[in-house]
Design a binder for this molecule. Structure first.
Ligand code: ATP
Length: 239
């Protein structure tokens, strides 16, 4: 069997030794978009931060292309393996221009600004504008553009649609699919807009109160809408 891009097994993770995510099994393969869903406080952000090496693994394992993420937080090392994390607050540097934000997104090698513009043409005319002067949608494009120029193998995007108008995130969501299709990166997408996320995803996982309550192909999750809604309420089965 070929090696998984991301492989999570029996993961317990949380804060100050207390698990807020328990016994998680999850994987992502290259070129896949995988949605990580669930209500507020379910543990989605904690899971992404654990993969990035920002939150300590309490039990179980997380590996990226066969390399185990160290139990003690080692975010720089994980980033060097090609894991790029677009956080909920987007991480745009407000005082710097769009161009400077993009140039700083990569620590080694040449930065191909055209690559960001190819996926987000709206960034082209904004290169000299400061990050802090962009609209919310433009900031999210810049955040994703920064991720793209970093040439990730695994791209994690936390709540891309947060604070954006539907017309904006409905446009951005298919671009996430394109990133996976055209670059071969695996994408792990945390999202509150369940239908939109599943429409661009191959598979999905639902967390509730730190437990994995449902998972499967995106089309199956969408087809079992009642069960999916119930999983958000913590109901295990509709029967
Ligand atoms: P949301 O959509 O609200 O961000 P989420 O599914 O991403 O929800 P997390 O942010 O991972 O959930 O939170 C999971 C649990 O961990 C919550 O009970 C939260 O209060 C707790 N938590 C989050 N960050 C910390 C922290 N730094 N220290 C202690 N507990 C935390």
């Amino acid at each position: 069997m070929t090696e998984r891009l991301l492989d999570i097994s029996g993961l317990h993770t949380g804060y100050d030794g207390v698990a807020v995510v328990r016994d998680l099994e999850l994987h992502v393969d290259p070129g896949e978009v995988v949605a990580l869903l669930g209500p507020n406080g379910a543990g989605k952000t904690t899971t992404l931060m654990t993969i990035s090496g920002l939150v300590q693994i309490l039990e179980g394992s997380v590996s990226v292309m066969g390399r185990p993420v160290p139990k003690l937080r080692q975010a720089q090392r994980v980033a060097r393996w090609g894991v790029t994390h677009v956080p909920e607050n987007r991480g745009v540097l407000f005082q710097l221009t769009v161009r400077e934000n993009l140039l700083l997104a990569k620590t080694r090698g040449r930065v191909d600004l055209d690559r960001a513009v190819e996926f987000f043409p709206a960034l082209g005319p904004l290169m000299s504008r400061r990050g802090g002067l962009l609209s919310g949608g433009e900031q999210q494009m810049l955040a994703l553009g920064r991720a793209i120029v970093a040439e990730p193998k695994l791209l994690m995007v936390d709540e891309m649609s947060l604070g954006l108008a539907p017309v904006i995130y409905e446009e951005l969501m298919p671009v996430v699919r394109r990133i996976a299709d055209e670059t071969g990166a695996g994408v792990l997408l945390v999202e509150q807009h369940v239908d939109l996320a599943l429409e661009v995803s191959d598979r999905g996982y639902v967390l509730n109160h730190g437990d994995l309550v449902m998972s499967g192909p995106a089309a199956e999750l969408l087809a079992n809408r009642a069960l999916l809604d119930a999983s958000y309420l913590g109901v295990e089965s509709l029967e």
